[in-house]
Design a protein. Sequence first.
Length: 57
Amino acid sequence: MRLLGQHDDISGVAKEHEELYEAIEARDVPRVEELALKHLATGRSEAAAHRRRTPEQ
């Protein structure tokens, strides 16, 4: 569950997962590519923000 701790907006991440799943199910490759890139950017941004807030151990 470590990854969940890096997200301030769990419902937003869940929404991204839902949209990605629906695009995969529809075999909408351009939409899957768009959503996957967006999701990766969101994850990186959230992880970076988490690292800034969390002292190193």
